[in-house]
Write a protein that binds this ligand. Structure first.
Ligand SMILES: *Cc1c(COP(=O)(O)O)cnc(C)c1O
Length: 406
């Protein structure tokens, strides 16, 4: 479908970090004091700050959010042969660490009302080898952790919360990252707060915490130097990264306020337009990490994304269902996941970084509106839409990695 946006080149990236606080000063302090590796005041300060903010007794900094999921699984005692229930609709980093532990993912479909794992499907997927449920909060919204915690407790499963996208979101007043038995955060450049690359694992369980600390640092024995009684990794965070994190954490409330405000602007601008913004379930206050929306079908999605791209606005597709990706498809690819497929086929993320102005959001929204209006004029018959859908589907697969434009 051809669209002719007027050439108002604004170049609005889908995300970019805001480093305008004490980030520079703290990084320079690392260099000036020679503390640039994983020892130093900022690592401890960042861990303490996150533990306090999230409301957990232990927070342990790691080198990225994927390592955080891996460390959380090892900390939770996941062993080769275990089965872990996980949504197909999430970012790849929720799933790959399961395989790296020698465990087996058991994919479940999502609930169309929340986009998150469907608790009934989780119940149905529990078997004798099931050890854990990995829940990923999508785009800042939260899964139904009350029900999931009940299911986990009833079946003696570990509830792992991949809260990479949800720092600052709350469920009934409780922070994301404190709602499972163990949780992981990411501080990649496009996350709500960033350390460049970085992550954190959180728990209230002292045994899980000490296992995680040990696995992060080479399986080192607590009371004997250079003696390693388990196989671990080096997943440590540097003091430089933590310095950026401490400065970011100081401004987290302001960042969250800006993000919720811009989500509200999108909701105002797109009201009455044939587009569905991601729902905010009862009891949830979403951080709105990424504003996510569904259009009518994949052909409209292609039209919207190309109109926005031509207008200088970057968008992202919603994650593709992981059970269909090459490493997983041979075993899991034929399991029908209609909800994950549907959301993935017609969903997108709109620019969501905290520095966006009211005008930026109006500009993006007007391009979205125009693309949807032009499409409905150009394609009046459903028959045409279906043939277009077949053509545009493959473009979705494999395009799930959010990137940062710094
Ligand atoms: C960002 C993210 C991660 C971790 O990613 P890293 O890039 O390794 O920090 C994990 N899970 C989800 C759902 C994410 O969005």
């Amino acid at each position: 479908m051809k669209s002719t946006p007027k050439p108002t080149k604004k170049n609005i990236p889908v995300y970019q970090p805001d480093l305008s606080g004490n980030e520079r000063e703290y990084v320079l302090r690392c260099i000036d004091t020679n503390w640039i590796s994983s020892r130093g005041e900022f690592v401890e300060r960042f861990e303490k700050g996150i533990a306090e903010y999230v409301g957990v007794s232990h927070a342990i900094a790691v080198c990225n959010g994927t390592a955080a999921v891996h460390v959380a699984l090892v900390g939770a005692g996941i062993r080769p042969g275990d089965e872990i229930i996980v949504p197909s609709l999430t970012y790849i980093a929720s799933v790959n660490p399961i395989m790296l532990c020698g465990a087996t993912p058991v994919f479940v479909d999502s609930d169309p009302k929340t986009w998150h794992v469907d608790p009934d499907r989780i119940r149905a997927a529990i078997g004798p080898r099931t050890k854990a449920i990995v829940v990923a909060h999508l785009y800042g919204s939260l899964a139904d952790m009350v029900t999931l915690r009940e299911i986990a407790d009833e079946h003696k499963l570990v509830l792992v919360e991949d809260a990479a996208e949800a720092l600052g979101s709350t469920l009934n007043g409780r922070q994301a990252g404190s709602l499972g038995h163990v949780s992981s955060l990411s501080f990649y450049g496009n996350k709500t707060i960033t350390t460049g690359e970085g992550g954190m694992v959180c728990t209230d369980d002292a045994v899980i915490a000490s296992r995680m600390r040990k696995f992060r640092g080479q399986g080192l024995c607590a009371h004997r130097e250079y003696w390693h009684d388990e196989i671990g990794f080096n997943f440590r965070m540097t003091n430089i990264a933590a310095a950026i994190g401490v400065a970011q954490l100081e401004r987290l409330p302001a960042i969250l306020e800006a993000k919720r405000r811009l989500a509200q602007w999108y909701a105002e601008d797109l009201a009455g337009c044939n587009i569905e913004l991601q729902p905010e379930p009862p009891g949830v206050v979403s951080s709105r990490w990424m504003v996510a929306a569904l259009v009518e079908n994949s052909a409209v999605l292609a039209a919207v994304r190309s109109t926005l791209a031509a207008g200088g606005v970057e968008t992202r597709p919603i994650f593709a269902p992981i059970h269909r990706m090459p490493p997983y498809a041979p075993v899991h690819g034929r399991i029908p996941m209609p909800v994950a497929e549907d959301i993935s086929s017609r969903g997108l993320n709109l620019p969501s970084w905290p520095g966006l102005t009211r005008e930026d959001v109006s500009h993006v929204s007007s391009l979205v509106r125009r693309a949807i209006d032009e499409f409905s004029l150009a394609v009046p018959h459903r028959v045409n839409i279906e043939s277009l859908e077949v053509k545009t589907m493959p473009a979705q697969v494999g395009a799930a990695r959010p990137a940062v434009v710094a």
